[in-house]
Write a protein that binds this ligand. Sequence first.
Ligand SMILES: [Fe+2]
Length: 447
Amino acid sequence: MASTIQEISGQDTASLGELYKQVRARTMEIVAPLEIEDYVVQTAEFMSPPRWHIGHTSWFFETVLQARKPGYRVYSEDFLYYFNSYYEGFGQRIERPKRGTKSRPTVKETVAYRNHIDEQILSLLELEHSEHEEPTLRALVRLGLEHEMQHQELLVYDIKHLLCDQFDAPIKPLPKPGPKPEGMAQIEGGLVELGFKFSPARKHRFAFDNEKPAHQVFLNDYLIDKAPVSNGEYLEFIKSGGYQNFRWWFSEGWEAVNREKWSAPLYWELHDGEWMIRDFSGLHTVADRKDDPVSHVSYFEASAFAKWADKRLPTEAEWEKAACYDARRKVKSEFPWGDTAPNSGNTNLFENGFWSVAPIGAFPDGANAYGCEQMIGDVWEWTTSDYVPYPGFHSEFDEYNDKWFVNQKVLRGGSFATPQLHIRATYRNFFHAHERWMTSGFRLAQI
Ligand SMILES: [Fe+2]
């Protein structure tokens, strides 16, 4: 099936209304190959039915309408209940594990709701635009679009869990890799700036509150892998009995291995003694995919591998410095390759249309000043850092990022399911240590 995914304009060129239309259309492009029965099934407590995502992203914009549009009347109290995710401030909601227990609202009703919200938001933006610039409204709509892009990525994870290779994804062929970057980059320590800093040259750039404020941290000298850990390397860990030996695992990780009966990453299957990986394009031998970044591993698994390899995972400050600092020029940029937006030639993000990680070495143009590749795109990379507020943190939206600052780990860099517009080197994603249905991998550090 040919790719039908539309490109989204750069944030510097598109008006907010235009951007709104493009991002909202993308969500519906992602779900377009689904059959009607697929939309309402929940395959695990941690995933959500696709119907819920397309309604919930509209619900988020309806909260904007309730706050900003005088006289706005709620579309449906039932929808507010079903499509609220976790926001205490917006009333009662269905429990997450029960999202797949209801066949109503129907998909048709959910799409009608979505269209209604679109009309309302676009007319509000036009109204505000013609009268005066409304910074709060514009900031809320932009946040809603970033939220929608997060759910686009979650949709990819959830559709994979629901259907995997039964989904008729519009997959483009993977690129041929160039030479694999070998070894580790040596990074000098010292004071380093962590986090997003506003600059007038990048005034349209969006960053979440959890990336701010930029602040100084001290790092010792360290080494970091030039490439993510591959399936082939991870297979060696499995073959050496890594999942049977408690000594590599944190206590909680070892409990998870035994409780969940883990013996390999999620989506790995053992067929006649050979490990295979199932993805959107089918079932592949690990041998065929040995040079791809390993994905769908939990923090526990990444940490166990690191201990087995006699290395460690990086902190998020180490990761960020490696990703976007140029020691020779003494500048920090937004991406490993500089300040220009990602494109499908230098990184594997959603617009590439692979619906998969790409082989290591496929994006030499995305290398940073230290020679590290694929830091943006392909797999979110686990770090040892706890997801906590930066010193001086100020919440810009209640219950969005601020209420999750406990018991989760930071991941960096985006994945093949992340939209280009949505990622930057300072972006902090976060998941619990046991989670692995997202596209999570890692690279190692040392010293
Ligand atoms: Fe959400």
